[in-house]
Design a protein around this ligand. Sequence first.
Ligand code: HEC
Length: 121
Amino acid sequence: MNMASRFRVFFTSCLAAFMVLSCENPTKKTKIGRDTPPGTEQSAEVNLEGIALMYKYKCAICHGENGVSVMKDAPNLVTTEYNMEERVAIIMNGKGTMPPQKDVLDMPTIRGLAVYIDSLK
Ligand code: HEC
């Protein structure tokens, strides 16, 4: 083998290695993205801190930071008599002027919020 063909072999294997490496990672990423429905990445466990923050962002403008309503029509959540399933349904589907969350939040978060309401009492 002369110098030129040796170089060609070396160059070709480098190119092949580069192609394999540069293709493999994006393929793997796409696969993870396809197998994991959006919003379920952290659904295994929902931490209460995240829920508290979510409540502040999404609910407090009407129901108040501490569950004492700051909006005329919104009921106080500190005194709500709805059970867990009823709360989940209201949060999912909305009620009156309350916006539905089922297309915005994932189920673990919605359930987390329903549970979180108890901690306001
Ligand atoms: C735009 C204001 C608004 C936002 C934002 C809002 N709500 Fe409401 N919510 C209401 C209103 C108004 C009602 C009463 C609906 C009715 O009974 O007609 C209500 C009712 C409820 C109830 C039933 C309470 C009861 O005793 O009647 C729960 C539980 C509740 N909301 C939870 C939440 C959670 C959790 C969030 C955040 C994801 C949220 N709400 C965001 C306005 C809002």
